[in-house]
Design a protein around this ligand. Sequence first.
Ligand SMILES: [Zn+2]
Length: 929
Amino acid sequence: MIIRRTLTLILLPLIHTLSAQHPATHPRLVSGVLDNGLHYYIYPTDMVKQQASYYLIQNAGSILETDKQQGLAHFLEHMAFNGTRHFPGKELLDYFEKHGASFGININAYTSFDETVYNLSGIPAHSDELIDQSLLTLYDWSTGLLLEEKEIDAERGVIVEEWRTRNTAGRRIYDAMLPILYNNTRYAHRTPIGSMEVVKNFSPEALRRFYRDWYRPDLQAVVVIGDIKPEEIAEKIKTRFSDIGVPEKAPERIFYPIPEHKETRYKMATDKEINQADISLVIRHPRQVAHPDLTQYLHREQLRELSLSMLNTRLDEMSKEKDCPFRSAYVYYGRLSPLTDQFGVRITPKPGRQQEAFKAVTDTYVIAEQHGFSLPETERAMTNMEAGFRIRAEKEDEMSHDKIEQRIQELYLYNTPFTSASVSLERFRELRKDVSNEEITEVLKQLFRKENRIILVTGVENENNLTEAEATQILHHSESHSWPAPEEDTLNTDLMEGITIVPGKITEETYLKNIDAYTFTLSNGWKVHYKFTDKNKGEVFFSAESDGGKSLYRPEDIPSANYSTVVAQASGVYRYSATDLNKLLAGKVARVALSVSETTEVITGYGMARDLETLFRLFYLQLNHPRFDREMYDQKIESLNDSYQKYYKKPRNVISDSLSLAVYDTGNPRFSLFDKNYIEAISFSRLQEIYHERFDALDRLEMFIIGDIEEETLKTLLEQYVASTPSSGRKEQWRDVSVPWKHKSLVRRIPVKMETPKSTVKMKFRNAAAYNFRNQTLIRYVADLLQLRLTNELREKQGGTYGASVSGSLSRRPSPALTLSVSFDCDPEKPEELIQIVNDEIDKIKSGNISDKELHKVISAYAKSVAQSKNYSHSAYTRMYTYIRDGYDLDSLHAAGGFPETVNKEEIKRFTRKFLNKQMKHYTLTFEP
Ligand SMILES: [Zn+2]
């Protein structure tokens, strides 16, 4: 991967001319092949207006490397951003950043065993120039990388740091398992990150050769997805890419088979930093080639999905039962390599219970294989699946560019049919009519074949890990046993059975003209703000909050407060356990979640508009008839007790706790460390009291609801399920119980034990500030500016880190404050040098040393994200929420010529100086081996 970056959202969140189209392709897809063998795929969609995404799929990856080339496929991928024929140096990033795109978010790539994929995503497509430059970029990637020696040398350090950042315990275990998983084939020695010896020492010519050998049109596909005209794009592609020639002595693109084996193989691996065991049973299958008949193909896929989903439901239900030996378990089917598929069973056992867990899961599988599933189970699973297909069909126009690209990639690389969702829905409805239990058991039998089995155990040191002999014996016992059929389960009831509701009233209705929304005042005193939006068709979302939260409790009650909603929701609601609830809600999309935050209690809901009544019923039940199951509480406590003892094996946990200790000296009593005392403080009776205190008779609740729902429908349901809930009228206030950082300025080095030596640097700056739109915008600009600088200085110039991440925020409660955070991993020799650079860059911004180009880039990125967010329903929520809470209309603030567009250097300078003035608090902590 070229760069890892977390997304920070501000406001939210061919026509084949020669042959007839294969019936298995999506009607909207335009595709073709040029004479030189290059494939192209074009898919028009205006899901996001005036944007397009461009991809280059390279049918080559690390598997094609020789021993001496280990790591070059991935190295090459990095070089695509370090100089091409039409974009020398860093001009490529520079060009797209000027148009609001961000490195790591819009511009990225990844390398895998068998493919390398480059993307320019969400690029503005309103001008021919942008479309041409985007295609020119793909062209340069396909044939015009410069691969200059000085750029290669500068990138070596970045890749070593990428290796360091990724070299976690999980990664080391994976490496140890590879030879077994891939039966000692080439795959075992071709992890894309490669050999650091090769990375540090290869000659530029070796990289150029790999490029010449494998980057050629017969192994490439160009993909364009977005708000574009397919015919125009097809012409542009033909003009641009037709002149690329295929080298005469091009090596053959080999696909490496994984030989079969009869016996079951086993591998156990441990690592000092692993604190949770994990057991996998993998069974390899020759890759199923797509059936030429589309209906048969889809039925085969759907039947498998149905069978596995029922098994997964059983395993999930078991995991919620008392004394279940595993925390979670699931089965899956997918591709392992181009020629091989894998069926897998994955188990997370409870500590010390690996053998029991493995037995419970294999028994469950064999029982299903012998008896299939009951009629009600099958009906529920099919109802759920059909609902899923229906939603996909209804919302086909909303498929994201990346999702579409994945389907096209599967089509290009593996010939997997890319059909429209409505075809899948139709075929599923046919399948549903006459699917038999025998067909389902047959699928399960085929998947659980005896050959090619592999058992992979991630063990924990000093634990009784599952041995090869035990695993074989358990499997043998399960499979040779004749199991009795499980009992039929039936649940014929209604969610609201036995409840009589006396509806309330809407007593007042106000139209908010500025934002085209309504406020309803209910007879219980609550307020509901509603705005219609169908950017996401058929969806509905709400959040409801009331002041109070954890701020009203003493520190010793915090653990119980944290677990009050966790235990309640794991227990289900009213008369129904979580398992029963899943059964009752088959085919419906309606979810309600509760939480107690620092200063509020919050209820959020999401669902399909046609399930709105179910959504409100869940809201009503969760407030008026919560359920607290002692068993669920015991399970949570047991799981916490298991994990805290091994918690500090992970350097990440040591870092976060030592950070808190350093910043608050003896720790923050309101954020207690994860230890025995914390767990003991979670009381079953106290957490129920707190839940009732928070959610019974909420006073002054305000709900914000948006979605594809009509006003009249909403009003009826509000009176029935929301206005009918009692309110206390007690006018509760939240309190400021924040604990300040102990030090004004803290710079400290803290030792942490770890297997791969690396330093982790965490810096934070904080100061009081007014809560307003201006400050919100400016802190984002400062963070974005610093991000650009650090990518350039720390990564590109120093090769000192795989990437630094910067974030800036303005929080409202308890008192308004600005925060700027920087964190990165690096070579243990380098943190001081790099910290100095960060401080220097901050000082430069403070002194107004900002170029016009940089400023233009961050302003464009902001404008682009604003424009993009308007394609989604959530933007209506954000707009309504800020209008009511903060009193400003984001749409008018974001209008052309507004403040965010006209910010100048002087304003950023003044803002940064005021933010980082003498009152500012700051820490720089270096965690080192
Ligand atoms: Zn990378």
